[in-house]
Design a protein around this ligand. Structure first.
Ligand SMILES: Nc1nc2c(ncn2[C@@H]2O[C@H](COP(=O)(O)OP(=O)(O)OP(=O)(O)O)[C@@H](O)[C@H]2O)c(=O)[nH]1
Ligand SMILES: [Mg+2]
Length: 352
């Protein structure tokens, strides 16, 4: 088994010597190559990597036309000659000593092995609580929006190994932000394993993390949702919801006008009929490919979702009104949040 270690770099000159030494020590027992994909770093990372290639099996790619982390990794995939690819940062936040753990996972049958910060035994060093919160929050959004990766604890890790077949011939989006997420959604694989590791401190050089990171991440999640068809589901779910409003209003009107029912009471059967309408359309249309649970369970959890949504809407409404927000604005916010809650419960539980 030959291993290709792909390292995207930008101004990482001062980290290279230690990085290569530790990789070569960790991979003593393997046939391996290191592929450095550098975006013409002003500090001459590419040049120094080239110099070190007389001591280590390094191949340097100096890109002058293209830029960006994901596209650098994709370029690395194209240049790699190994059977297994390892992707890692140059700044030693990804300890090379973990690579053999990843390779063992692959040897035991995993197609993708992720060095994970968020499985037992893993972690991060010296992060402020808010950086942890943002990181975990971002991951939660990704896992909720993309059910395919919902069981993966660290789908945005920059440190992972995979069999060549996982990405060979797969078209990956180079403007994608988190390459692992791109691979997990589009790659060809059966088994993913997470191996714990501690995300260390940057050894030298500067972080390329910027304020736009979160916006880019959300955009990437959105694009992957579209690719997965999850966005279509969201649109269908919305249309079904709107049809439910018509059903609800129509029956309420009919019950009061034709049957002479009490206005307060008539709202209950009208609402139930709307719920049944929504359930039917969602079952036949929005989630028609996901009918794994028996009908009675789908019906039950759909009702629980509706009830939870109503409760959430009311709590938000009451809370915001209490805080002094206009009652119509408060209600609108409540409706939007309730909608998201109902979509997620139904996507992950009713048709999960
Ligand atoms: N080729 C290439 N490499 C990049 C680019 N941006 C970042 N990198 C490399 O990708 C790796 C991760 O970037 P970092 O800046 O360390 O990002 P981070 O680890 O999330 O942030 P810190 O915790 O602050 O280090 C490093 O090896 C960088 O040199 C880029 O645009 N092109
Ligand atoms: Mg880093």
């Amino acid at each position: 088994m030959k291993v290709s270690v792909i390292v995207p770099t930008y101004n990482e000159r001062d980290n290279l010597e230690e990085l290569f030494a530790r990789i070569s020590n960790a991979l003593k027992e393997y046939d391996y190559e290191i592929i450095v994909v550098d975006d013409d770093s002003p500090d001459g990372t590419w040049e120094f990597a080239q110099q070190l290639s007389d001591r280590y099996p390094v191949k340097v790619i100096r890109r002058t036309e293209e830029k960006g982390l994901s596209s650098a990794v994709i370029r690395g995939f194209k240049e790699a000659t190994g059977d297994v690819f390892v992707v890692m940062d140059a700044d030693l936040q990804h300890p090379p000593e973990v690579i053999p753990d990843l390779l063992r996972a692959i040897e035991s049958g995993a197609d993708i092995a992720i060095a994970s910060r968020y499985v037992p035994g893993g972690g991060v060093k010296n992060w402020y609580w808010y950086r942890k919160l943002i990181s975990k929050g971002a991951i939660m959004i990704g896992r909720l929006a993309l059910p395919k990766i919902r069981d993966i604890k660290d789908p945005v890790s920059g440190f992972f190994a995979l069999r060549r077949e996982v990405v060979e011939g797969v078209e990956l989006n180079p403007i994608g932000f988190k390459i692992l997420m791109e691979v997990l959604i589009k790659g060809r694989y059966n088994r993913v394993v997470e191996v714990p590791f501690t995300f260390g401190l940057r050894k030298a050089g500067e972080s390329k993390l910027s304020g736009k990171t979160m916006v880019k991440y959300i955009k990437h999640v959105y694009r992957l949702m579209r690719w997965e068809g999850e966005l279509d589901r969201l649109i269908k779910f919305t249309l079904v919801g709107l049809s439910g409003v018509l059903v609800n209003e129509g029956f309420l009107w009919a019950f009061v006008n034709f049957l002479g029912w009490d206005k307060i009471f008539a709202n209950i059967p009208a609402t139930e009929l709307a719920i049944l309408n929504n359930f039917t359309w969602n079952d036949l249309w929005t989630f028609r490919d996901l009918k794994k649970n028996p009908l009675w369970r789908r019906l039950l959890t759909f009702h629980i979702a509706a009830l939870t949504g109503a409760l959430v809407q009311w709590v938000i409404y009451a809370g915001l009104v209490y805080l002094g927000l206009h009652y119509l604005v408060s209600n609108l916010i409540g409706i939007v949040v309730s909608f998201i809650v109902r979509f997620l419960v139904n996507r992950h539980v009713t048709w999960g």
